[in-house]
Design a protein around this ligand. Structure first.
Ligand code: NIG
Ligand code: FE
Length: 417
């Protein structure tokens, strides 16, 4: 089909956008996109494409913006249980790390998720996946991390693969057995680190070979933070994972700077995420590499914390910047990347164009899928959005509503409102 009558086609062509290049939307004001099966066959001037493909069925974009689907490169999508009460505790003055240290927070979701079977995990996770999709996310990374014991972590991985197979949201899974110190090891974090390295990672690799052999290994991520994993423990887990062939990610500098961002750069991680307490030296270390800095502005917003990722410093250092939702039951239950963009414009000081590039092509780079998704270019997967608006800057300007009218995933059209 030929997608035509667009006010603006945002192509985002030319690969991930570093530093001052961020925000090159590659806008065609008389553009069209030819989709063949699951793939984009051509992108160009609408009149030229119509002349070249006179019999192609048309798809009317209604004079609105056409752009790539959003990629959400950091989610904790799979969990069971409820933490609304904890939100209220935080409003009364308890901090996130205090609640975690008292056995709540992540550990409360762990208790509920351990008790859930795959189907019980799948049902609420599927609802969240559908909400992401309705708001324009066509590919999402998704982490395990709410079991903290081998069998339960593998169950969460299984739920994520099932969800991916169901579609239409495509999932890039991450193994996050190192999300918190398991309750059984509260007084022995090195013992839990040992368990991850000696038992969980080999088990995850073996499970993957048996159930998903044709796919690349999932990412391995670690929450490098006071009260979670120290820098030395993080290094040990990531080095063990890397030696087993896993690509890497790190939760770094959410509350304290332990050096996780520089470690991510040193080990060639795909991304370092959160990056609130990140130092100038860490920023420079990341900018020298292809490690993508992933800002999660819903998290400080969700915690009513005034500190955000130093995004402009990352760009001045010529770094690669992406944004993500971090959807999780503790700090940021947000299923809308358009809201992430709105926050990024206000608190990371990005222009709408920069925030859009950070939520598409650079977000794809953060999950090592920039060859396949994140832009509208011939040969790439046909993952597109048709917005309800004529000017892309309404993304960022407006917030709290859904500006996506239609999602096209692998060439299949899903009207979403
Ligand atoms: O990214 N920081 C660690 N993980 C999540 C929070 C998870 C939770 O509270 O359940 C985050 O903010
Ligand atoms: Fe997270």
């Amino acid at each position: 089909m030929l997608i035509e009558n667009a006010s603006q086609v945002l192509t985002l062509k030319g690969g991930p956008q570093r530093g001052s290049r961020l925000g090159e939307l590659g806008i065609l004001s008389h553009g069209a996109v030819l989709v063949r099966g699951e793939t984009i066959e051509a992108v160009g001037d609408a009149a030229d494409l119509r002349a070249a493909y006179p019999n192609e069925p048309g798809f009317d974009a209604g004079g609105r913006v056409v752009m790539p689907g959003f990629v959400d490169p950091h989610t904790h999508l799979v969990w069971a249980g409820d933490r609304a009460a904890e939100f209220e505790l935080r409003l009364q003055g308890k901090t996130y790390l205090e609640i975690l240290a008292a056995g709540g927070g992540i550990l409360s979701t762990v208790r509920a998720s351990r008790a859930a079977g795959v189907d019980e995990l799948l049902q609420p996770t599927r609802e969240r996946a559908r909400a992401l999709f309705r708001h324009g996310v066509t590919t999402a990374e998704a982490k395990t991390g709410y079991a903290l014991e081998t069998a339960g972590e593998l169950r969460e991985l299984e739920a994520l693969l099932k969800l991916d197979a169901e579609g239409p949201l495509e999932i890039a899974p991450t193994f996050l057995g190192a999300h918190a110190i398991a309750p059984e090891y509260q007084d022995d974090p090195d013992g839990y680190t040992d368990l991850i390295c000696r038992e969980m990672l080999p088990a995850a690799a073996a499970w993957w070979r048996e159930h998903a052999a044709a796919r690349p290994l999932p990412f391995v991520d670690v929450f490098c933070e006071t009260g979670a994993f120290s820098l030395a423990q993080t290094r040990r887990i990531l080095e063990t994972a890397r030696a087993a062939g896993f690509p890497l990610k790190v939760h770094a500098d959410e509350f304290d700077n332990l050096g996780g961002a520089s470690l991510a750069a040193e080990l060639g991680a795909a991304s370092a995420d959160h990056l609130v307490k990140t130092s100038a030296e860490d920023v420079r270390a990341m900018a020298r590499t292809d490690t993508v800095a992933v800002a999660l502005p819903c998290t400080p917003f969700g915690l009513a914390d005034p500190h955000y990722t130093p995004a402009r410093d990352i760009l001045s250092a010529d770094g690669l910047l992406a944004v993500a939702s971090d959807i999780n039951p503790g700090t940021a239950w947000c299923e809308n990347m358009q809201f992430v963009i709105a926050l990024a414009c206000r608190y990371l000081k990005l222009t709408p164009a920069q925030a859009i590039a950070a939520a598409t092509i650079n977000a794809a780079a953060a999950i090592q899928r920039a060859e396949r998704v994140g832009s509208l270019e011939p040969g790439k997967q046909a993952d597109l959005l048709i917005l309800t608006v004529e000017d892309y800057r309404h993304l960022g300007y407006r917030f709290g509503s859904n500006l996506v009218a239609t999602v096209i995933k692998k060439g299949v059209v899903y009207p979403v409102q």
